[in-house]
Write a protein that binds this ligand. Structure first.
Ligand SMILES: *[C@@H]1O[C@H](CO)[C@@H](O)[C@H](O)[C@H]1NC(C)=O
Length: 288
């Protein structure tokens, strides 16, 4: 029999260590005046990130496809306290867009501290229907444009010892049904940016790469697509946005929102058959 005192003491030490490693080290001042380029900024999580960055007093370049929405977000950012806000309309399915957008940001802000890659192309939430052309297009939008944006911005981020923040998804760590092409683009991001992180470290380049693993978030697009098709609750976009920004500012290598996705990712390969049965039980087979 172990004395209860020892058990309590050990539990206390474990709780203390967890609290230490998970403590919030975020300092809002570190973002005041930061020069930020944010993609996918017209709606959803990107829009919420634009507002948080504005409250922290950042200088921001926003980009997205829909110009009228960008104008509205820009106005609200100025009201919320952004030091500077510019926007540039761009469609990331065009191979020329990434270079154009990074040059615009450089010209307007004179440098870059945070590059936040967040945009995604629309994709059906349904079973694989063999549409290879759609996958090719989605790879361009969700993956290749990220590679091009990061490549164009890396020399600028190296100068400022900046942060490269890549928004991904649980479906980029654990495969799930109904999002085949999307999941493939997100796994590709992990492969590219986690490898790039190695090379930057080997070259002693002080650019941090923060990969963000998000669950189901209550954006209009996600809710509309998943309605009646999944048995999961969605988490608030504003909180997801803040978690991403904090991760980038504290130079975390990976960020999980909600937090328990980190546990799922650690457990991913322990019982793969049982895992897949559990995953499938969260989806409405008859709806797709
Ligand atoms: C599953 O999908 C079917 C077909 O779309 C729908 O009728 C049903 O209500 C859905 N089930 C749940 C629990 O949402």
């Amino acid at each position: 029999m172990i004395p209860p005192g020892k058990v309590l003491c050990t539990a206390g030490i474990i709780v203390g260590l967890l609290a230490f490693f998970w403590r919030d080290t975020f300092n809002p001042d570190s973002i005041s005046g930061a020069r930020v380029l944010l993609t996918g900024a017209s709606a959803g999580i990107g829009e919420q990130m634009a507002y948080h960055y504005s409250r922290f007093g950042a200088e921001i370049v926003l980009t997205a496809r829909r110009e009228t929405l960008l104008q509205k977000v820009t106005e609200k950012c100025l009201q919320l306290g952004a030091k500077k806000v510019f926007y540039i309309q761009a469609d990331m399915s065009s191979p020329q867009a990434p270079e154009k957008v990074v040059q615009f940001a450089l010209q307007k802000l004179g440098g870059l501290d945070h590059l936040v890659l967040n945009h995604i192309g629309g994709t059906p939430f349904q079973m694989w229907d063999g549409d290879v052309e759609h996958t090719r297009w989605l790879m361009q939008v969700n993956f290749l444009s990220y590679v091009a944006l990061a490549s164009a911005a890396l020399p600028i981020l190296a100068e400022s010892k900046g942060s490269l923040i890549v928004v991904s998804s649980l479906t980029g760590k654990i495969s799930t049904p109904f999002t085949i092409s999307y999941s493939a683009t997100k796994f590709a991001l992990d492969g590219f940016f986690s490898s790039l992180r190695h090379e930057l470290a080997m070259q002693k380049q002080d650019v941090c790469i923060t990969l963000c693993i998000l669950g189901l978030i209550d954006t209009e697009m996600a809710l509309e697509k998943t309605r009646g098709k999944v048995y999961m609750s969605a988490y608030p976009a504003a909180e997801a946005a803040l978690t991403i920004i904090k991760g980038g500012a504290t130079r975390a290598r990976e960020v999980f929102y909600p937090w328990w996705l980190e546990l799922l990712c650690h457990l991913r390969d322990w019982f793969p058959n049982q895992r897949d049965v559990v995953i499938q039980s969260f989806y409405n087979y008859t709806s797709a």
